[in-house]
Design a protein around this ligand. Structure first.
Ligand code: GDP
Ligand code: ZN
Length: 350
């Protein structure tokens, strides 16, 4: 398998350089089931486990490979490999670990393009779309908005312009996955090496879209293998290489995403508000009751939808909360690293 087809590029080569002399090979994670990984590589598809050393040195679960990650591996035998490290991620989707307020879990890595799917009938909700867009900017990937179920909508043009008023330059396509209408508009994204994922609420048609892109044949590639206890478990691949070029990552985790992180990505979603905010009299204006507020003025003049400011404020609150939590996480991680180092020194002495 050609690495370029799998998305190998200069960014990952830079991460790989330090392992070149060790004889490790690069591979991309196609699926993860407990501690067993499937890798795609120059040597085809391999089953892999994380090395003892990597396991021991991992500080948080985000250090372990996730679907879409590039890793370096050595061969254990003809079909099995040992993973030694995860290469730096270009983009990532993560969420907090269930039951743990602060630990980050990587859902998928190195996605280039995200189809933000919404339905033109019942699901249509601009606030939600803004949240998804923020999430995608946050990940480092580029969003593309797909308005599905065009067959159930009588005012498509109206909906399109509503959406375009909040997407600010992000491509928007109206399609009907059921009738296979307009799917060809997405062809530009199926280019060799480009990794695509879909997000959106349940029922908007993500599976239908994936099915028609991937075709039933590929989707049926399920593999059965023994787990630790000798039982058979079925897991299906979550990264598909498309015959037309490109890849699709379809993981259950992408379906229940929450906001995570504190970078300034929401500014991208709210370019319009940021534009007016720069003209406010006070630099730290909250666009609430301050005098000479350009954002409020834009609303009064009908240049800005008040709903935009509401959802902007909501997301800011959420991000403030999250960044507090991340600081806490960073401190905790630091303590844990110190603890490990001390423990190791102590063990060496004995
Ligand atoms: P998911 O939960 O986002 O994966 O949504 P599904 O792909 O499972 O689709 C949910 C339902 O919507 C299914 O009954 C689909 O047949 C239907 N559906 C998907 N795309 C379209 C479409 O373009 N038009 C119509 N009318 N129904 C669709
Ligand atoms: Zn203001």
């Amino acid at each position: 398998m050609d690495l370029d087809i799998l998305g190998w590029n200069d960014f990952f080569v830079r991460g790989y350089n330090q392992y070149k002399d060790s004889g490790y090979h690069p591979g991309r994670v196609a699926s993860q089931h407990k501690n067993i990984y499937r890798l795609l590589s120059e040597y085809g598809e391999l089953t892999a486990k994380v090395s003892g050393k990597m396991n021991y040195e991992a500080v948080s679960i985000s250090d372990f490979p996730a679907v879409g990650d590039w890793v370096v591996f050595s061969h254990a035998n003809e079909s099995e490999a040992v993973i030694h490290a995860t290469l730096p991620r270009r983009t990532k989707f993560s969420r907090q670990v269930a039951g743990n307020m602060t630990e980050e879990q990587i859902i998928s890595a190195n996605i280039d393009t995200v189809f933000v799917v919404t339905a033109l009938n019942k699901d249509f909700n601009l606030n939600r779309m803004e949240r998804y867009l923020t999430l995608v900017w946050e990940s480092g990937a580029n969003p593309v908005v797909i308005l599905n179920k065009a067959d159930l909508c009588t005012d498509i043009e109206e909906k399109l312009s509503e959406v375009e008023s909040i997407t600010l330059g992000t491509p928007v396509f109206a399609i009907s996955a059921l009738n296979k209408n307009g799917l060809d508009k997405l062809n530009d994204y199926f280019t060799p090496g480009n990794t695509i994922a879909l997000i959106g609420s349940s029922g908007v048609g993500k599976s239908t879209i994936v099915n028609s892109i991937i075709g039933k044949e590929l989707l049926r590639v399920n593999d059965v293998r023994d787990d630790d206890k000798g039982r058979h478990t079925t897991s299906h691949r979550e990264l598909f290489v498309l015959p037309q070029g490109g890849m699709i990552i379809d993981t259950p985790g992408m379906r229940e995403l929450q906001l995570w992180g504190s970078r300034d990505s929401y500014k991208e979603t709210y370019k319009d508000i940021e534009y007016y905010a720069k003209q406010c009299h006070f630099k730290d204006c909250h666009h609430d009751s301050e005098p000479k507020c350009a954002v409020k003025k834009a609303i009064t003049n009908g240049k800005l939808d008040p709903r935009r400011l509401e959802s902007y404020n909501k997301i800011q609150k959420e991000l403030a909360y999250l960044s507090g939590r991340q600081e806490y996480l960073a401190q905790k991680e630091q303590l844990f690293k110190q603890y490990r180092t001390t423990l190791r020194k102590h063990n060496k002495k004995r």
